[in-house]
Design a protein around this ligand. Sequence first.
Ligand code: HAM
Length: 421
Amino acid sequence: MTGPPDQPFRSLSGMRDVLAPESSRRRALVGEFAAVAGSAGYEEVVLPLVEDLGVFRRVGEATDVVTKEMYDFVDKDGTRIALRPEMTAGAVRAFVQHRPTLPWKVWYAGSNFRHERPQKGRYRSFDQVGVEVLGVDDADLDVEVIALGWRFYQRLGLRRIRLLLNSLGEHEDRVRYTEAVRRHLHARRDELSEAALETLERNPLRVLDSKRREDRAVIADAPKVAEHLSEDAAAHFARVRAGLDSLGIPYTIEDRLVRGLDYYRRTTFEYVADALDAAQNAVGGGGRYDRLAEDLGGPPTDGIGFALGVDRILLACDAESVFPAPSADMDAFVVDLVGGAAARDLTHLLRDAGMSADRRFGGGSMKSQMKSADRSGARFALIVGDDELAVDEVTVRDLRSGGEQRRVHRDQLIDDLRTHL
Ligand code: HAM
């Protein structure tokens, strides 16, 4: 027998409940994203929350996301599976599985899980919205994708977003560049932090991300990726920059931008919110990927995408005082002063007629019921008292016009409300 716990259960560390009105704000944010993506020809893809562990290996065997932070476990049938730490790998797995017609332009929204150290803006369960495009090797697509994210932030009203841009070159460029960085860091290893030395062994490029003071000086002198780009990669990058210039989207070239996942090549980018603390100010990021489709068993296919962190975007919106939660909205609220069946039946009559309607259960004073009506955001309070009931009428009070009211017969009520809504 199990009894009640000594302490009430709480959500796990780094995992949060989202209650109204914040929940409506999230839904509205996803709605805005769907509108922006939809208007550029992207269709929604809904992906499983768990995948075979192997799907995520390509996110980066040398990255923290895969080696340290993944929620992986053995399923009841012995398969090793994991909660998704991001959605690109799953999207490409779905592409390989279904082989949709090219180009495949999709958007998604959903939760991801990383066992990180929780702090403001960094959670173990967090939401992303994002896009992926497979099957197009054209720099103008990079421009389209980057502009789409930019437009979305603008639409939310965010003004303090900066776009950081880099190119990691082709696979071979990246390999050569990684080796050059490794040699540089190795030569100056005495100056590096313990953490940087450890990262250097696994993934030299990630050291460039270090924010530690002792590492910064060594990083400042590190070779630049621009010096290692092949002619093709440099031409591609020039075209991306020209496209952004032409659209008037401002960006900063950030040649230390290596991103936290391993699958990138050519264009990489990040959006940072200056309204947030520097440690958690990346509100989105993405880039072209390298060999992801092949590694998941498909034909060689070009791909690019981004994911934006919903939790952080909402923090940035708070900091800039934009994109508030939508106000509550309801057509009618039934105020029941008589008890019995009248209020119940009236509420359902309204809902059956396609209107939104709510009521208070268990009666209460007129004053307290009117308060509930106000809180619900209702346009009309429908008051059912003894007088009204006796003649089959309802008092309709317009809550948005200073409390103007009229008596309406039940038979005419729906038509009456429709003409006023
Ligand atoms: P990412 O940079 O790992 O990229 O994550 C994208 C965004 O998700 C980050 O910029 C951040 O806003 C948010 N985010 C990541 N981790 C957390 C966390 N623990 N708590 C809160 N927010 C977080 C990707 O996930 C790639 N799949 C992006 C991509 C798509 N690349 C190509 N296509």
